[in-house]
Design a binder for this molecule. Structure first.
Ligand SMILES: NC(=O)c1ccc[n+]([C@@H]2O[C@H](COP(=O)([O-])OP(=O)(O)OC[C@H]3O[C@@H](n4cnc5c(N)ncnc54)[C@H](OP(=O)(O)O)[C@@H]3O)[C@@H](O)[C@H]2O)c1
Length: 263
């Protein structure tokens, strides 16, 4: 009986589940939503990083160590939080790699597609059903400004993966809107953000990055305002608008030059 009461208390508290919480944008989103009264379920592969962050958060936390490039681990993550009232899912885990398509390791590119595309697909599919049932909840898919541009030579799979996530999010948002649902979904599309992303990708940015804390703040504000595509910086907003009018071949070529400068 006591156990049942405790479980129902847990159920009433609102929780955010944040993937990629061990670093960068995910860690900052965890801090921000903890300060807004959410309890936080943190997931990534590096347990020590998650434990360090959890200790600093002014909230209840649950640490869940998973490699989300694996479908079964995505499903296990969903099961791990089945007793929690998840009201916000943040799909933030992801990485990039720079180099010519055929020279980059194939397994690494498949892993990138699994983590950047398939994991958000699986988790969004599972949590959206729950959110729609309750007509409450929000999903933030961390895409990229790369997802707004047609192709990205020298970073082809990364750009394609983020275009997939941006497109998927826009389509689901329209299905929700047309169905009169209160559930929100948005794609966060930042330009460069100063995180460990570059170390993982083995590159340097050719443009100055924003801080992950600022990026997280813009993301939360955009989600509050019901924006579907959230672009934190004015210059990236202008760039993505301008590319709509430029010939596709030209945009792809300029994007490729920009990526080449990173190598
Ligand atoms: N930084 C930028 O300039 C930028 C710009 C636009 C979009 N983004 C996007 O923002 C998201 C977060 O990146 P970030 O910039 O914050 O980089 P980051 O500091 O390198 O963080 C990446 C996060 O993803 C997690 N992750 C990577 N592979 C994983 C896997 N197989 N399973 C589970 N978790 C995994 C990492 O955790 P573990 O290593 O502990 O597993 C880490 O927490 C990514 O989706 C990225 O594409 C970044």
């Amino acid at each position: 009986m006591v156990q049942r009461i405790e479980r129902s208390v847990i159920y009433m508290e609102k929780w955010a589940l944040i993937t990629g919480a061990s670093s960068g944008i995910g860690a900052e989103l965890a801090k921000l939503y903890a300060s807004r009264g959410y309890n936080i379920a943190l997931t990534a592969r590096r347990a020590d990083r998650l434990a360090d962050l959890a200790m600093k958060l002014p909230a209840k936390t649950r640490i869940l160590v998973h490699d989300l490039a694996d479908r079964e681990e995505c499903e296990a993550l969903y099961d791990d939080v089945s007793d929690l009232n998840i009201e916000l899912l943040v799909n933030c885990a992801g990485f990039g790699a720079v180099g010519k398509f055929e020279t980059l390791d194939l397994d690494r590119q498949i892993q990138m597609t699994d983590i950047n595309c398939v994991a958000p697909l699986i988790l969004t599919h599972m949590f959206l059903k729950d959110f729609k049932y309750r007509d409450k909840g929000a999903i933030l898919n961390v895409a990229s400004s790369a997802g707004l541009l047609p192709g990205g030579p020298n970073m082809a799979v990364y750009y394609a993966s983020k275009a997939y996530l941006t497109s998927l999010t826009s389509a689901i948002a329209e299905e929700l809107r047309a169905g009169g649902s209160s559930v929100k979904i948005a794609a966060l599309c930042p330009g460069p953000v100063d995180t460990e992303f570059n170390d993982v990708a083995g590159v340097k940015f050719s443009l100055k990055g924003i801080t992950p804390a600022y990026c997280a703040k813009c993301a939360a504000r955009g989600l509050d305002n019901g924006e579907v595509i959230i672009i934190p910086e004015e210059k990236i907003r202008l760039l993505s608008f301008a590319t709509r009018f430029a010939p596709r071949r030209l945009t792809v070529a300029v994007t490729g030059l920009q990526q080449k400068r990173k190598i």
